[in-house]
Design a protein around this ligand. Structure first.
Ligand code: HEM
Length: 195
């Protein structure tokens, strides 16, 4: 067991639930659940990849360094696969830095205060909707290149949110981002048209 379930396992489980009389979830809820996964999981990862490539094209030295790391780790002419991406700190740093500069969900999901809460001089009244500006926090001058990464342990860098509602797609998204970005960098020569 690697802690992940496959798409087949997920669909089998949903089919079983839908046929089960106990009605943990009805068909309509299952449809919405799958719709949620598609909407939450597609634009977020693709826009991060686009930003990563745009930043790398603007910074050719960093692109070159990432290529060197992958050439050493994977080997020239070989395809990138997940097993080869276990120790690629430079690629990981590029993904983290892209998520820092361009978080795809900059205001996270809205929260509602369950009771009056005092944060320093500010009182958030019970029932108020609270938006957390994750982009603004991390763009401040004091916060740069946090080493802990993006996994919600350090509340200064929370592109996936944090706490009980942290993005459940985080492990999948991080693996996809490393795999796809690693493949794009390793398998193709990139430069801007007309320099
Ligand atoms: C770069 C990729 C992604 C980023 C940056 C991202 C970011 C986020 C953020 C910020 C939230 C709200 C968390 C909070 O408010 O604390 C969220 C929620 C969610 N994400 Fe992601 N996400 C990504 C990819 C994915 C993927 C691949 C999936 C699933 C396949 C996914 C599924 C979800 C779901 C279902 C929620 C709602 C969770 C809830 O309401 O409790 N996300 N995501």
């Amino acid at each position: 067991m690697n802690g992940y379930i496959s798409t087949n396992d997920l669909l089998d489980t949903l089919l079983r639930i839908s046929q089960d009389d106990s009605q943990e979830l009805d068909r309509n809820q299952i449809k919405h659940f799958i719709f949620d996964l598609f909407t939450a999981g597609t634009e977020t990862t693709t826009s991060t990849l686009e930003w990563a490539m745009a930043e790398l094209l603007r910074n050719p030295k960093i692109l070159l360094e990432a290529r060197r790391e992958l050439e050493q780790k994977i080997g020239k002419g070989k395809m990138v696969d997940e097993s080869g991406l276990t120790c690629v700190p430079y690629l990981q740093a590029i993904v983290n830095e892209t998520l820092r500069l361009h978080p795809p969900v900059p205001l996270l999901l809205p929260r509602r205060a369950e009771e009056d809460i005092q944060v320093h001089n500010l009182v958030v009244p019970k029932g108020a909707q609270v938006l957390i500006n994750a982009w603004c926090i991390v763009s401040s001058k004091e916060v740069h290149r946090i080493r802990n990464g993006v996994k919600g342990w350090d509340f200064r860098l929370i592109p996936f949110g944090g706490g009980g509602r942290i993005c459940p797609g985080l492990p999948l998204a991080i693996r996809m981002l490393h795999l796809v970005l690693g493949s794009l960098i390793h398998s193709f020569d990139w430069e801007l048209e007309l320099g």
